[in-house]
Design a protein around this ligand. Structure first.
Ligand code: GAL
Length: 688
């Protein structure tokens, strides 16, 4: 059963820090929140020194007053556990709770997230503060739920304190049983790394050239994920025991953490923090025809895979900036509203803006909230109030709906984690995913982003017409079987270069590429090259005589057909391997499997989509311009709402194929219609 947010109406909210403001401001803040349609505030997640100013001395006065007043104003409260910010008195008395760099240098007081999950002392202090807070607030009428910590694995997702090395050793003993098995899994005979006593086993440490044992590095990431989950569970167990009527969540999607398992084992539903302006740092801004803030829909699709209906605990509410880093511009007028609906389209049934007012002090004085320092009216407040008004009207009908997609972009944690060290396949992942997502977006074909889990079944994929699994280098026998079943049952599977040659330890198999997927794809790789140094990505030409070509970036494999029914769809058209097969298609059972011996360029994705002639569900609604994202959320009775999101800074027009009502405005639309810059429309078919 997917763990999802169950809401009977949409909740709009804001992150609030009563401890950072003069108490005299609170009542006015709450009054204005309510006036603009805000119903829920998140508080407390960094306030450990307020709750426990000295070791064992607990103080709830400030938050009692803040919560009572919030309740008096009709606001609901999400309480954060403050464990992301250990107090100075704690780290001074117990420096062993501090995380360390790989070189063994301790992080110190002065920022946040400077602790390690595995310190027994820290866990004790966390358990105590969480229990005391839960006991104190279990009956408070304003509280609806809890946020554990804040953004597990944000800022740093590696941990090398002494407690981590010790816990890793125990984890390895549990996993491998004997040193012989560990040596085997880690290929320790290579460079005489063989371990002869458990005391020699550590997390990766500083090495010459910064190159650790790759199998150990993969286990390290699995261990970090397990550590974060066990830390969350420590807290969720207490919250469930003491405040069983409250829900429990945590926020953020970060590296080295299996957020699916985290959610299954500790949460009621997952929450995400959505800052679409980060596209300039993490997104596709440097590429031609970039998706920019629309690229964030890919992240939100990954969140939907964890919790189909989720909460956005922090929604960007202004320009971003720490004093010394992350300089982000101001959203254009209309963009905050657009991003709120972007979150909603992808499954958010609760959205909180970050934050109510811009901090006057501290690291984040340029990370703007809805209010400026001056606290007077501004355009961000007006925009949020407009959203509040709309959601107040439609919020009951909007929630609980399911996002509809018949394309799946597949990934898995093992390959993501192995690929962080192993650039020979890791470097292919991002560009391929981005190329596929962009081409699907521009064709208005909604897609899900799915993590294939160890216990996945072909059934879970059967609803998808097309599944693209760009570069699953680590592939188990079980996964290969699952993919074959998916294809035989009618699915279309697309795989790319570097598929299938590693096992779960990250060791290579003595099999022709694409290893575990060779039999399924009906091809062998007979030669290959990394595209690096002075090598140019080859051109690939379709074999249908159309003369259509596209690029084969990053890695080029030449293929030989091994199984009957496998057709060469395209061949290399440049390089010393010109003429050799690059893209194949094999019909198998009711479905088909494609293999592309390269990383996916947009041209490759576009060509495959053309050849598949995959229809867009948008066609039933109208003819949309490329600038507009299209998606559907469906209710339990099959009633559909089509979301149209205009990411362009200008008006766009479109042609409707059916008569519709715009749910946001009540306007009846037919034929030609338009949307303003950064506009949003939610369409429902007109009653007949
Ligand atoms: C988030 C974090 C917030 C705030 C925000 C802006 O990652 O949860 O506490 O720091 O970013 O930087």
């Amino acid at each position: 059963m997917a763990r999802k947010l169950e809401a009977d109406r949409f909740a709009l909210g804001v992150c609030y820090y009563p401890e950072q403001w003069d108490e005299k401001l609170w009542a006015d803040d709450y009054r204005r929140m309510k006036e603009m349609g805000i119903d829920v505030v998140r508080v407390g997640e960094f306030a450990w020194t307020i709750f426990e100013p000295a070791d064992g001395a607990f103080e709830f006065g400030l938050f009692d007053r803040a919560l009572d007043l919030a309740h008096a104003h009709g606001l609901q409260v999400i309480m954060g556990t403050p464990t992301a910010t250990p107090p100075a008195w704690l780290t001074q008395a117990h420096p062993e709770v501090l995380n360390k760099t790989q070189d063994g240098l301790a992080y110190h007081h002065g920022m946040r997230r400077h602790y390690t999950y595995n310190s027994a002392v820290y866990r004790e202090y966390c358990a105590r503060i969480v229990r005391r807070m839960a006991e104190h607030y279990a009956r408070h009428p304003a509280i609806v739920g809890w946020q554990i910590d804040n953004e597990l694995n944000c800022e740093t997702d590696v941990f090398y304190a002494d407690a981590d090395h010790d816990a890793f050793r125990a984890w390895c003993r549990e996993k491998y049983g004997t040193l012989g098995a560990l040596n085997e899994a880690w290929g320790a005979v290579f460079w005489s790394q063989t371990y002869t006593a458990w005391e020699q086993v550590h997390l990766t440490r500083k090495t010459a050239a910064g190159s650790p044992n790759p199998h150990q590095a993969l286990d390290e990431k699995r261990f970090i994920s397990d550590s974060a989950i066990s830390f969350a569970k420590l807290q969720s167990d207490i919250l469930r025991e003491v405040a069983p009527h409250h829900w429990v969540t945590t926020n953020g999607l970060f590296g080295n953490l299996d957020s699916h398992r985290l959610t299954e084992e500790t949460l009621d539903f997952f929450s995400y923090d959505s800052y679409p302006l980060f596209y300039s740092i993490f997104g596709d801004a440097q590429e031609p025809e970039p998706m920019r803030d629309r690229w964030w829909s890919l992240n939100l699709s990954g969140v939907r895979d964890i919790s189909p209906n989720f909460c956005v605990m922090e929604q960007q509410a202004g320009p971003g900036g720490w004093t010394n880093r992350i300089q982000l511009p101001s959203p254009y007028p209309g963009q905050m509203r657009l991003w709120t609906y972007q979150s909603i389209l992808h499954g958010a049934d609760m959205v909180l803006y970050f934050r109510w007012r811009t901090a006057k002090f501290g690291t984040e004085i340029y990370w703007h909230g809805l209010n400026d320092y001056h606290n007077g009216p501004n355009r961000r407040l007006r925009e949020a109030a407009a959203v509040g008004e709309e959601l107040g009207r439609i919020g009951e009908r909007l929630v609980g709906r399911t996002y509809k997609a018949n394309v799946a972009l597949l990934e898995d944690y093992d390959n993501e984690w192995d690929g962080r060290l192993d650039t020979m396949h890791g470097a292919l992942r991002g560009p391929s995913l981005s190329a596929w997502y962009k081409r699907l977006q521009y064709r208005h074909i909604p897609a899900d982003k799915i993590k294939l889990r160890r216990d996945a079944t072909a059934n879970g994929l059967s609803g998808y017409r097309l599944a693209v699994y760009p570069h699953p280098t680590i592939m188990t026998e079980r996964t290969a079987e699952l993919l074959e079943t998916y294809v035989r049952d009618g699915g279309i599977l697309v795989l790319g270069a570097r598929t299938g040659y590693k096992d779960e330890t990250g060791r290579c198999r003595m099999m022709p590429f694409p290893g575990m997927a060779a039999a399924l794809c009906g091809v062998h790789v007979d030669d290959f090259t990394l595209i690096a140094g002075d090598r140019e990505p080859a051109d690939v030409a379709l074999a249908d005589g159309s003369g259509r070509t596209f690029k084969a970036p990053l890695f080029n494999e030449t293929l030989t057909v091994q199984a009957e029914g496998t057709e060469v769809v395209a061949a290399y058209a440049s390089g010393w391997y010109a003429g050799r097969p690059a893209l194949t298609r094999r019909k198998l059972g009711q479905g088909e499997v494609w293999y592309f011996g390269a990383s996916f360029s947009e041209g490759a994705a576009e060509a495959i989509l053309d050849l598949l002639d995959l229809p867009s569900p948008a066609a039933d609604w109208g003819k949309l311009p490329r600038e507009v994202e299209f998606g559907i959320r469906e209710d339990a009775a099959g009633g559909q709402w089509a979301y149209l999101l205009n990411y362009a800074d200008r008006e766009v027009a479109f042609e409707l194929a059916r008569d519709c009502v715009d749910v946001l405005t009540g306007e009846r639309l037919s034929g030609r219609a338009a949307m303003p810059a950064f506009g949003v429309r939610i369409l429902e078919p007109s009653p007949q």
